[in-house]
Write a protein that binds this ligand. Sequence first.
Ligand SMILES: Cc1cc2nc3c(=O)[nH]c(=O)nc-3n(C[C@H](O)[C@H](O)[C@H](O)COP(=O)(O)OP(=O)(O)OC[C@H]3O[C@@H](n4cnc5c(N)ncnc54)[C@H](O)[C@@H]3O)c2cc1C
Length: 405
Amino acid sequence: MNDTTRKGRKALIVGGGIAGPVAAMALRRAGIGAVVYEAHAGGADNAGAFLTLASNGIDALRAIDAHRLALSEGFPAPRMAIQSGTGKHLGVVPNGGTLPDGTVSQTLKRADLYRTLRDEAVRRGVRIEYGKRLLDAQITPDGGVVARFEDGTEAEGDLLIGADGIHSRTRRIIDPSAPGARYIPVLNIGGYARDVRVQAGPGTFRMVFGRRAFFGYAVHPSGEVWWFANPPRADEPTSAELAATGTERWREMLMELFAQDATPAVDIIRATPGRLDGWATHDLPSVPTWHRGSMIVIGDAAHATSPSSGQGASMAVEDAVVLARCLRDLRDTGQALAAYERLRRGRVERIVAHGARTSNSKAAGPVGRVLRDLMLPVILKRVASGGSLAWMHDYHIDWDEKVTA
Ligand SMILES: Cc1cc2nc3c(=O)[nH]c(=O)nc-3n(C[C@H](O)[C@H](O)[C@H](O)COP(=O)(O)OP(=O)(O)OC[C@H]3O[C@@H](n4cnc5c(N)ncnc54)[C@H](O)[C@@H]3O)c2cc1C
């Protein structure tokens, strides 16, 4: 099969992050050709960051037989032990669910996930073109689509899938009045510390609601400590300000923020070699229009959740697989895209709302903090025992099930 398949359909996929390569693989499995157009010349954004692919995301990758890739990187992280900055233990909750074969959530470097998915897509015959930043797209009289890129080139296909992330260009092409990303008042910084001793059992993320900021860490099987911090920040910083801050300033600021907490945060930050970068946190609560004609947005481009939900990557994978099933079973593109929205909107918006609540608790003021520390043990107990997040983690995609209009 080349870019266009025996059935003659070809999708232009904009964005080679997570949703893009997975959509391309899923479409090929569904008998539809796909080419991925990625803005960057190669490599990945936010190379320093890591993420947790929840069990439902791994399960969705399994639908297209691509789950082993994710499991071959990083380490399993099925639990979160939550504590306050005073050292008070607040509870232990599952970090994702457990699949029937025992597979649990996996924490891995974002760059490694991007690379593995792209490599596998290419191995399965998908063409990925780099340095192709989408500028504009138009629906053609025959219902197809023409995409125009910053380098002056064009591409033609039967449909265009915008998997171009939270600041998606495709979203605005589909609907010029589409909302932009919403700032969540915490920053994100992370890193990998070496030669520092911390108490954290294998597979457990320690999450600390510190006096002044949130801190999370886990120990990689190599002994490296993977950590992130969420300093509160009421007004949105510009990217120029973030870029100008510099590693030493970030380090000083973080060490000051965590100095009073009964956690190893300061030691971990001190033991982190290399560059530190901080970035603003956003989500995207509700995008009214996901598709127009033969164009659609998926993944963060359609519904970004705050990193606190631990679900953005999993949502992106689920979207890609479900969209491929819809396009496989419904020959009419309009019907397929409408069926996709019907299957996805309720779920993803519920997850975005859940992520926003979790993020807000990280930015609580002094009174909020006291209430939070009182309430959290009760809430966490419910989560730990009653499986109150089962709706999120137990979602399963049956690849063979037929989608109807
Ligand atoms: C700090 C942080 C921590 C996170 N932690 C977690 C976590 O623990 N668990 C989790 O599940 N999720 C997490 N997430 C969210 C997760 O990373 C995203 O939800 C996920 O990457 C979305 O995938 P995507 O493919 O939709 O978009 P992206 O991964 O953003 O990919 C979009 C791609 O499109 C490309 N692109 C953009 N514009 C254009 C254009 N005009 N033309 C062509 N290409 C373009 C970009 O270069 C990029 O490669 C975290 C996010 C952040 C910021």
